[in-house]
Design a protein around this ligand. Structure first.
Ligand SMILES: [Zn+2]
Length: 487
């Protein structure tokens, strides 16, 4: 945590507005493709180019996804919502207005749970309230090239978004990051969005103000625009909190403004002094009738939702006896949670499988910077490998590198262990003779042990493990040596 954000005198108040692209094939009001990375201006038509006489037709799938997102965040889906025109002039906005929702949004209320580091340990949850979720269309993209020419690409114009507005419940840059991660996880769980940050499908504006601790009134807020990575959000919010505290402590005043964060220099720039909402001259779009959502549609959507991350976390704790922290890690994505569950069921001892997933599988994924779904490892293979370890057929030390092999190329753990000659030495006769050899070759160490230095046993164990290429069970070796040395 930064100096300023955990300052004794000051408290930060942060609210986030997330723009999230809904997973659809076509745009919000026309049939154009939303495919990413196409030639500029190839996915356009009279509607999204705003040619005279063209009329918008609402995309049903986008509405269904928006409803799912609202339900997954515990919002109330309103029976009636209204599309409104948000008027402003910008080169990448061909209509001269953006179709959004203003006075009557799709959904209101709701919350997202974030983990906190409470005193009783990790994994406690805190609810961040949502103000609203509304639907809107995206604008186009201005591309500033090296020759100082600005070009406009309208492929993105009309792509369906939801804007998710939180209450100013966040108190630190870290909480802002945790909120965004939790929200993204939920949207991906319920499959309403890929929320791919690199493709700009999950972008965030942050409203930041500070106040002296103990005060209940909100300070003047500024808005940081278009933050497109979790780290930028945290860095930008931290920088802005520090800037505001400095301004006030030096006797200055915070002015309401729209800001841009320069991640390269870690600096905040003022884009413009803030317009108020009425500057946009919102009014209901006369081309679109109010959106009526029947209770039946909401009920059907609710029934079709998968288990939410927070419910899965609670269930993993009660059903598998995992700690809140472990359950949190294992539900970080739906794919990972499903993988763990399948492996745990195949194996029968969830706690044991959880350790292997958290330690070895996650490490292998991190090292390769891949998602679990893109790798060759199956839950069955992992459960077989862990079983072999539990049965003493291969030592944990020799099994661990095989997890990376399974991630990389897949395969049958049984065959991998055999091919590599990693079967554990369980032959007591063989172990006895190796132990005898080691004892005979290290008279000094043996004297040390008998002289009362217990650490020597570890050295002798190491020698036996070395001679058996790590294939002996350490517990068994320790017992054997202790017995032979009369300890
Ligand atoms: Zn179009």
């Amino acid at each position: 945590m930064s100096k300023a954000s955990c300052n004794q005198d000051w408290e930060a108040v942060i609210g986030l507005e997330v723009h999230n692209q809904l997973a659809t094939d076509s745009k919000l009001f026309c049939g154009c493709s939303v495919a990413y990375g196409s030639e500029p201006n190839h996915h356009t038509c009279p509607v999204c180019l705003a040619l005279p006489g063209s009329l918008p037709v609402l995309n049903r799938r986008a509405v269904e996804n928006a409803i799912r997102a609202a339900l997954a965040t515990h919002c109330t889906v309103n029976e009636r919502s209204v599309f409104a025109r948000k008027n402003y002039f910008y080169p990448d906005l061909p209509k001269g207005y953006q179709i959004s929702q203003f006075e009557e949004p799709l959904a209101t209320g709701g919350w997202v749970e974030i983990p906190t580091d409470g005193e009783s340990g990790e994994g406690e949850a805190r609810r961040i309230r949502l103000t609203r979720i509304h639907m809107e269309e995206d604008a186009g993209k201005s591309i500033h090239d090296a020759a100082d020419v600005t070009r406009v690409d309208l492929n993105r114009t009309g792509v369906p978004l939801i804007e998710i507005v939180s209450e100013p419940d966040l108190r630190s840059p870290e909480e802002a990051g945790a909120y965004l991660r939790a929200l993204r996880e939920i949207l991906r769980y319920v499959e309403v969005s890929d929320a791919d940050l690199e493709k700009g499908q999950f972008r965030c504006d942050a409203n930041v103000s500070v106040r002296r601790r103990g005060e209940s009134e909100l300070g003047t807020r500024t808005e940081l625009k278009n933050l497109n990575s979790f780290r930028f959000v945290e860095d930008a919010v931290r920088a802005e909190i520090e800037r505001q505290i400095e301004v006030i402590e030096e006797g200055g005043e915070i002015r309401q403004a729209t800001l841009r964060y320069d991640p390269d220099r870690g600096r905040i720039h003022v884009m413009r002094l803030k317009e108020d909402a009425h500057d946009y001259r919102y009014f209901p779009d006369p081309d679109l009738i109010p959106l009526a959502i029947e209770a039946e549609a909401v009920r059907a959507a609710r029934e079709s939702l998968p288990e939410l991350p927070e419910d899965k976390r609670a269930r993993f704790q009660s059903e598998y006896g995992l700690s809140a922290y472990d359950a949190g890690q294992l539900t970080a994505s739906r794919g990972l949670a499903d993988f763990f569950e399948a492996a745990a069921r195949a194996h029968g001892a969830p706690k044991s499988v959880a350790n292997w997933v958290q330690r070895d599988v996650l490490a292998a994924l991190k090292e390769r910077e891949v998602e679990l779904e893109a790798t060759a490892i199956t839950p069955e293979a992992l459960s077989m490998l862990v079983k072999m370890v539990d049965d003493g057929r291969v030592t944990a030390r020799n099994a661990r590198p095989l997890v990376a092999v399974l991630v990389e190329t897949g395969g049958d753990p049984e065959a991998l262990v055999q091919e590599r000659g990693l079967e554990a030495v369980s032959d007591t006769g063989l172990l006895e003779s190796v132990a005898d050899e080691v004892i005979a070759a290290n008279p000094k160490a043996v004297d040390g042990f008998r002289g009362g230095d217990p650490k020597v046993l570890n050295f002798l164990m190491g020698q036996v493990m070395k001679k058996t290429q790590g294939k002996a069970d350490p517990g068994q070796v320790r017992e054997l040596l202790a017995r032979k040395l009369g300890g």
